[in-house]
Design a protein around this ligand. Sequence first.
Ligand SMILES: *Cc1c(COP(=O)(O)O)cnc(C)c1O
Length: 460
Amino acid sequence: MADKESYGGQSKNMKYYSTNKQVKDKSFKEVLFEGLASDGGLYMPESFPVISEEFLKELPNKSFTEIALEISKLFINEIPESELKKIVENAFSKDAFLAENGGSDLGFAGGFPTPLVKLNDKLYVEELWHGPTLAFKDFGARFMSRAMGYFLKQSGQELKIIVATSGDTGSAVAAGFYNVPNIKVYILYPSGKVSDLQEKQLTTFGGNITAIEVNGVFDDCQKLAKQILGDKELNGKGEFSSANSINFGRLLPQMFYYFFGYASLAKNGLKNIVFCVPSGNFGNLTAGLMAKKIGLPIKKFIAATNINDVVPEYLHTGIYRPRPSQKTMSNSMDVGNPSNFARMIDLYENNAKLMAKDVVGISVTEEETASIIKSVYEENGYLLDTHSAVAIKAAQESKISEAIISLSTAHPVKFKDAIEPIIGKKIEIPEKLKETLSKEKRAILIDNKLEELKKALKEN
Ligand SMILES: *Cc1c(COP(=O)(O)O)cnc(C)c1O
C-alpha cells in the first residue's frame, strides 16, 4: 500500500527491498553504498508515496531544483531537508555550484537546464545533455555523488571509488564525483582504446580524480578493478567501492526531469502526455515508471530500442529472451540483458500484459536511425544524436495521437563519427568541449598487472 504523503512532507520511514526478495528493510544510505543487494537483486522502495494534488497543480510554477527537492524527500528520510536542498542545488543549479566552488565552474559551464524543443505540435524533444559530459548520465552521477558525499562527511569516513571504463561511463563518474569531499576516484581505461575526446574527458580533471591508463583492453581494466574490490589487504575494510550503474541513488534523480518536462507542456494546457525513452539498460524508463507510480499522470511510455530489442519483444510476446548484444551506432543502447528489467517486472508483478498497458515497445533499425537523423536535420533544422534519433523514429512509428515528449540523451557531437557522414557536414565542437580538448592529459601509465595497480593506488 502506498502511504499518502502530504505536499511538503518528508518520508518518515522509507525502507528498501531487493528484487530477489532475500534482502529487505534497508535504509537509503545502505542502498546508496551497497549498490547491488547481497542476494544479487536490485533495490526498490517498499512503498511509493503519492504526491499531492496541490503539488501537481503547482508543478508548472516550480523550478527544477524545487521539484527535485520535493521528490527526493519522499524517498530519503535520513538527510534533513535543508541538507537535501543543498545536494540538489549543488547537483543541478549553476549558481549554487559556482558559489560552492569559489566562482570556478570546473567543467560545469552550462548549468543543467533540460529544455524542451518543439519539433511539431505533437512532438517535443527534452534535451537531457546539458551537464558536464554532454550526456544524460550526468543526472544520476551528480546526485548520487553528492548524496554519498553528505553521508561520508557526517561519519568522517573516506571512500575510494574504482571504475573501469571503455569511455563514456568513466567521464560521467569522474565529472560527477569531481571535488566531492571525502571521495577519491580512480578511473582505469585501456591505453589507445578510447577516443581522443573521451581520453581528455577522463584525464584532465586532476584533484580527487586519478586516471590510470592500462596497457591492455577494457576487460583487463574491468578485471583489475574487480581484483582491487576483492583484495583483502587493500579493501579489507571496504574503503573501495564501485560507482554501480544499478544504484538506486542514480535512478531517483532521473524522475525529476519527467516532472519538469511534463510541467513545461502542462503549462500550455496539454494533457495526456506520452514519454518516449531511448533505452539500453532501462534505468531511464524505470525512473519514468516510478514517476507515474508516485502520481505524475503520464499517459503512456514508448520503450524505444535499436535492434537490441529484448524488451519490445517481451512486451509483444510475454517472453523474456536475453541474448548477446549486437553492435549499432547507438552503442550506449547495445544491451542484450538490461539490468533494470528486474525492476520493471517487479513494478508490474511479472505480468507482461499489465506492463504493456503502460509501455509500448518499438525497435528501430540502423537504416531507420540514419534516415530519421537526415530527415529531421533537413526538415526541422534539428540535429539528433544516434540514441535520441532511435526515440524520435519510435515516436513516429507508434502512431500515438497524444503529445509526445521524446527524451534526448546525448549531444550529437559525442557521436559525430557516425552522424557526420549521414548529414554530409561537420558538427561544430561546443566551447565546453574545446576547453577540455585544450587541457593537458594527466594519467598514470601501468602495465596490466595487479602489483603495478596496487602501487599506483598507494602512491596517489
Ligand atoms: C546510457 C545511455 C542510454 C540508455 O539509457 P538506459 O537508462 O541504460 O536505458 C541512452 N542514450 C545514451 C546516450 C546513453 O548514454
